[in-house]
Design a protein around this ligand. Structure first.
Ligand code: HEM
Length: 550
């Protein structure tokens, strides 16, 4: 397994640590440190995750003392965002000089996310956290549309029935060997502290020529919020600049509120003003600062059903099959948007095919691929349907809701595909019963946000699952919202796609199934020790590698 550096390479993060004399955390940050968030934010902000090791609920942390001891033992091996960023920079520089030679610099990164159950198991007080975090994803299944074949009862172990786990560990490496070595090492530390493992979820970048693409074949990871000073030195793709408080607790968000903390009551003249407001919600503990909520969902993808569906819809819509797929997503498989981009003169005809099929296409360049809006030239959705996946999940300047509101619900996506490559010769996807391992593929969807309610849950429920959003008749997001009350998706100037038929056609084998856990977690940070350097912390699994060689 090779992990692709551009799309899905390293991961690191910081940890709810637990030195025994300082139970579960952590050092309060000073005002000046807040001005330099890039110094010790969780590393996952920079990269996604190839492998997760969920720790189970009952047996995860045997008790508070051993749980804390385990976290204290792991903490020195958890890297920070600044380390990952520096490493990525070094990697790029070496690659630019030496070309695509692999192995010049390598790393393995570890991160850990704790659930509310996990926090309680180590004796932390989680009572001030929002219900969405404390109750877990299964409790909110009705709200986010995890029904029928995606209901919690169908979720894969260890989350079946909505079972709670204590934590999810995330490991990422550049090579499969390093990942294995890292896993062996983590397991040894777990065993030493009597921490039980409930299961493992592998993820990996797809092999060439599908590197960087999800299993339906579309380039992924193109549009991401740009957080100044954190996500990258330069914003080459022109992504929206979003306040760090939308993703990390304890910072100013898009409304200039301190993220994660209860919003101040509305003042006279402001919307929602209440002369006798209810008592404010409790404030989060100080150690929550620098934490973020992680959403983890295992989304199974039925590739054959997708291909069949776009093929079936091609003739009624008068479009080639690949253009039907592009209408569902909002981008061509190459990643080129259907929308007219900055610098382009005139609209492209969807029937003409994917312009990005030519790798030299200027539309694939960083200065084009993500530079577009919807409202001025495509308010009716004749280019990108208003229900297309990328338009539902980030409406940009579309009105409603308008850019300020859209930017209050941004997600930092850090997912990675899982499962084997699709084989055209494989048998029909199972109609019932378990999906065999050799056909179980999809996306390990991971995203970070400072509020579950305003982040993932809002996007999934209020935008993707709502056929009236942004306007009546637009339909549901065809990629991530197929499970409940299907309705047609409107494709302006072409007609509509009968999503109900899709559901009927593929009854019991819905194209996408959510098998998931909203492992909401906080990730309070630990201040980096003085004198810690990148060089010291990067080869974190060296001892383990040595063990393997013996
Ligand atoms: C198997 C499931 C999924 C597939 C196949 C998928 C596929 C894609 C693809 C191909 C893109 C375009 C590339 C890009 O801009 O990065 C994209 C963008 C995006 N997806 Fe998904 N996605 C899935 C699940 C989700 C979920 C569950 C959410 C959130 C609820 C989500 C939110 C987004 C967002 C916010 C964007 C960026 C939109 C933009 O800024 O223009 N996706 N996805």
């Amino acid at each position: 397994m090779h992990v692709d550096r551009e799309l899905a390479c390293t991961i690191a993060g910081q940890l709810v640590t637990a030195a025994s004399q300082r139970p579960h955390v952590l050092e309060r940050r000073s005002g000046s440190e807040l001005l330099e968030p890039q110094r010790d934010l969780p590393g996952p902000f920079l990269a996604p995750s190839p492998r997760q090791l969920p720790l189970p609920g009952q047996a995860g942390f045997a008790d508070a003392a051993t749980g804390k001891a385990f976290l204290a033992a792991i903490e020195p091996y958890i890297a920070s965002a600044s380390e990952v960023r520096l490493f990525n920079q070094l990697y790029k520089e070496i690659q630019a000089r030496k070309g695509q030679v692999r192995g010049a610099v390598e790393s393995t990164w570890i991160n850990i996310a704790l659930t509310a159950a996990g926090l309680e198991a180590i004796g932390a007080d989680a009572s001030a956290f929002p219900d969405a975090f404390r109750q877990g994803m299964a409790a909110w299944a009705g709200l986010i549309g995890d029904a029928g074949p995606s209901a919690p009862q169908t979720w894969t172990a260890p989350f079946t029935g909505g079972a709670r786990v204590h934590a999810v560990m995330i490991l990422a490496s550049d090579t499969e060997q390093d990942l294995e070595a890292g896993t062996v090492w983590v397991r040894a530390v777990m065993a030493e502290h009597n921490v039980a493992e409930a299961g493992v979820q592998d993820g990996h970048v797809r092999p060439e020529p599908n590197r960087g693409r999800e299993h339906f074949g579309f380039k992924d990871g193109i549009s991401q919020p740009f957080i100044p000073g954190v996500t990258a030195g330069q914003n080459k793709k022109g992504n929206d600049v979003i306040a760090i408080g939308e993703f990390v607790i304890g910072y100013a968000d898009e409304d200039d509120h301190v993220s994660g903390q209860p919003a101040p009551p509305a003042q006279p003249g402001q919307p929602g003003y209440n002369p006798t407001p209810p008592p404010p919600a409790p404030a989060l503990p100080a150690w929550a600062t620098n934490g973020s909520y992680l959403v983890y969902r295992r989304l199974r993808q039925d590739v054959a059903a997708f291909q069949q569906f776009v093929h079936d819809q091609a003739q009624p819509l008068g479009l080639p099959a690949d253009a039907v797929g592009a209408k569902l997503v909002g981008r061509w498989a190459s990643g080129v948007p259907l929308e007219t981009v900055q610098g382009e003169k005139g609209e492209r005809d969807a029937a003409a095919g994917d312009p990005g099929a030519d790798p030299q296409s200027p539309l694939l360049r960083d200065d084009r691929i993500n530079r577009f809006d919807y409202q001025k030239n495509d308010a009716d959705g004749h280019l990108v349907p208003r229900a297309a996946h990328i338009r539902k999940t980030n409406p940009r300047d579309e009105d409603p809701p308008g850019r300020p509101e859209a930017n209050r619900h941004r997600l930092l996506r850090r997912g990675i595909p899982y499962g084997p490559e699709f084989q055209p010769t494989e048998p029909a996807y199972p109609g019932a019963g378990p999906v065999p391992d050799n056909q179980d593929r999809g996306l390990v969807f991971i995203c970070y946000q400072a509020s579950l309610e305003d982040g993932f849950e809002f996007v999934q429920q209020r935008w993707a699952n709502t056929p009236e959003f942004p306007q009546p008749g637009d339909g549901r997001d065809p990629i991530i919202s197929q499970d409940v009350n299907l309705r047609d998706m409107t494709i302006p100037q072409r007609g509509s796609i009968p999503m109900a038929q899709w559901g009927h056609h593929h009854r019991r084998r819905l194209l996408l199934r959510a098998l998931a856990e909203r492992t909401a977690h906080t990730q309070p940070t630990v201040k980096r020790r003085a004198g810690s350097t990148v060089a010291r912390r990067l080869p974190i699994l060296e001892p383990n590698k040595n063990r393997r060689r013996k």
